[in-house]
Design a protein around this ligand. Sequence first.
Ligand code: UD1
Ligand code: CA
Length: 458
Amino acid sequence: MAAGKGTRLKSKHPKVLHEIGGKPILAHVIATAVKVVPAQNVFVIVGHEAERVREAVRATGVNFVLQAEQRGTGHALMAAREALSGYDQVLVLSGDAPLITAETVRKLSDFHRGQKATMTLLSADLDNPYGYGRVIRKGARGVEVQAIVEEKSANRRQKRIHEINSGFYAFDGHALYEYIDRLSTANPHGEYYLTDMAAVFQRARKKVVAIKTADAGEILGSNTRAEMMMLDARLRLAKCRELLDAGVTIFYPHTCVIDSDVEVGADTVIEPFVQLLGSTKVGADCRIRSYSVIGNSVLGNGVTVRPGTIMEDSRIGAGAVLGPYSHLRPGSEVGEGAHVGNFVETKKIKLGKGSKANHLSYLGDAEIGEGVNIGAGTITCNYDGVNKHKTVIEDGVFIGSDSTLVAPVKIGRGAYVAAASCITDDVPADALAFGRARQSVKEGWARAKREAQKEKHR
Ligand code: UD1
Ligand code: CA
C-alpha cells in the first residue's frame, strides 16, 4: 500500500518517496517484498502522485495498481481486487514501514498457513503504542484476534493495550474479496479501514490470528518527520554494524552518512563525518578521510581520499590518492596510482595510470595518458561559450605550471609545455612548446623611477 499522501509530513512530496538510508521508503519495502515473492507477483498500490511513485521504483520490475481516490487502507485493497483475488495467500505490506525484513514477512506467511487462518496480522509490543491500531485478543490465551481498534476509536481501556497492529497482514485472497465489501466508513476518519476486516471475519466465524514480532523496531512507520529521522538513524547505524562485521573500521559511526546500498571492502578505514552515498563501492584497504562526500562512485583497493574531497559518478583506480579538497565531477576516471590533489576540479576526464595533477587545476573533457605531470594551475579551456571541446594529452607529457590548454588541442607523447603557456595549437610528440610572451628586463628602471618621484616631492 503506497497510495496515501502522508498528510502529517506537511510535504509536497508523497510520503513513500521520502528517503531513509538514502533511498525512498517504498524502495526498502519493495526490496523486502521481492525477497519473499518474485517481482511479477508484487503489486504496488499507488494513488497520490501515482506517476512519480511509479517512476521512482519502476526499475524493480513490480506491478502497479491505481487507487485513484484514497479512501483508506481497506479501499486500497478494494482497488486491487482484480490483481489479487486469484491468489490463495495475499501478503499486505505497508509502504511506509521500511525496516521490515524478509525473514519476518516469511514468518508471517508461514504462521498464517500453519494456522489455516483467514487473516493473520503481524503485531508488536510497543512501550508507546500511541497512534497505532490496538489488537483486541479473543480471550486471554491463544493466538486469535477479536478486532483491531484504531487510536481515534479506542476507549480508555483499549488505549492502554500495548500490543499494536503493525500494518502487515496475510490474507486468504479468496475470502478477502468475498468479504471486503462488508467494510464500512462509519468511523472517525470516514475511511474504509483494512483493520476492520478482523471484526468482519470474526462475525463470519473465520479465523483471525496474530503473530508478534521478535523485534518491534522492524515495524515502525514513518508518519511524521520525527519518526523518519529515527528510522533513518536506525537504518544507518545498522548499515555501519553490517560494515563493521565485514571488516571495515568506522570511527564515530554516528557522524557518518552511509546509504543502504553502499559496499565497502575489508580493512578500509572511514574517518568521522564521511558521507558514502547512493551506489558507491569502495574497495579494500582504502582510507576515506573526514569531510569527504562520495556519491555513486567506484573506488579500487588501497585508495586514499584525503579530507574534504567531493566526488560524484567517478571511478578511481587502485592505489590512487585524492585530495585534500579535490572535486571530482561526473565522468572522472582516475587511473591506478594517479594523484589528484588540492583544489583540483575534474569533469569527464580520463587520467592515466600514475599521472599527477596535484594542485589548483581544472581538467574537463580531457583524455590524459599515463605518467603525465599536470603542473599547478593548469586549465583546460574546454568551453567556447557554445560547445565543449576535448583536450588530449598523451603518455609521459609534462605540462608546466599555469598553462592554459585551449581545446580542441592535442599534446603529443613525451612533449613538454613550458610553464605559463597558452597552448592553442597541437604540440607534436617529444617537442617543447612555449606559448607565452618573452620576458624583457629594463635594468635600473625601478631605481630611476623612485628617484624621479623623490625629486617631485622635494
Ligand atoms: C495503519 C493501520 C494501523 C496500524 C498502522 C501501522 C489502518 C486503518 N490502520 O495506520 O492499525 O497500527 O497502519 O503502521 O489501516 N494507504 C493507501 N491508500 C489509502 C490510505 C493509505 O495506499 O487510501 C497506504 C499509505 O500510503 C501507507 C499505508 O497505506 O503506506 C498505511 O496508511 P497510513 O495512513 O499510514 O495508516 P496508519 O494511520 O499508519
Ligand atoms: Ca503509517
